[in-house]
Design a protein around this ligand. Structure first.
Ligand SMILES: O=C(CO)[C@H](O)[C@H](O)COP(=O)(O)O
Length: 217
């Protein structure tokens, strides 16, 4: 059984982009475990965030684990731009690609492979890929924008995925992303999540270090 110590992954989507380096360094020094990078293409989601040049710039200001979340329609096409920068890369089960092949390429590149699922998608869609991902990224908001409220119904997916894990079907992290604060992190942790993406809660906190500690529970 892998280590389930909570991992806090501040999302730089909520940072001040005009001071990216300072923001990444600040949140790393405050105790963020992973730096979460939300890449959006304006097609898979209705927003454009940043691309690989921006992620590369962020990596120059931290030695923390870089967690890339590709909210893009063709993750297979752009994958090779991100794997050299990242320690983990998550791709969506709903995107237009050969999911098994993309997950295999992520692992072959030396990264943890993440499979992300949006709120409207039933968990059964990821079931055929059990054993092929290291992280199941359960979106707890509809992807595209930071600062949205947590969708409580998504927690059923966390519970069901934790049951797969308990049955020994595979060992994987369960990551939650969207509307995570101390209250929703507690709900997700009790359901079985162990990686907590938090944008607004951490970057907008008056004391980021205290907020990160509080998110650990
Ligand atoms: O993936 C995302 C949006 O698609 C963000 O990572 C997520 O929304 C986190 O931001 P916040 O903590 O502000 O909700």
């Amino acid at each position: 059984m892998a280590d389930r110590t909570p991992i806090i992954a501040p999302s730089i989507l909520a940072s001040d982009f005009s001071r990216l380096g300072e923001e990444v360094a600040r949140i790393s020094e405050a105790g963020g475990d992973w730096i979460h990078c939300d890449v959006m293409d304006g097609h898979f989601v209705d927003n454009i965030s940043f691309g690989s040049a921006f992620v590369e710039a962020a990596t120059r200001h931290t030695d923390k684990h870089i967690d890339v979340h590709l909210m893009i329609s063709r993750p297979d096409h752009y994958l090779d731009r991100y794997t050299p920068l990242a320690d983990s890369v998550s791709v969506h089960v709903e995107a237009d690609h050969d999911v098994a092949q993309t997950l295999s390429r992520i692992r072959a590149a030396g990264c943890l492979a993440g499979l992300a699922i949006s709120p409207p998608t039933p968990l059964e869609k990821v079931e055929p890929f059990i054993g092929q991902f290291d992280i199941l990224l359960v979106m707890t908001v509809n992807p595209g924008f930071g600062g949205q409220p947590f969708i409580p119904e998504t927690i059923e997916k966390v519970q069901a995925a934790a049951e797969w894990r308990a049955k020994g079907l595979a060992d994987f992290h369960i990551e939650v992303d969207g509307g995570i604060n101390t209250a929703t992190a507690k709900i997700a942790r009790e359901a079985g999540a162990d990686i907590f993406v938090a944008g607004t809660a951490v970057f907008k906190a008056s004391d980021a270090a205290a907020e990160i500690e509080a998110l650990r529970g």
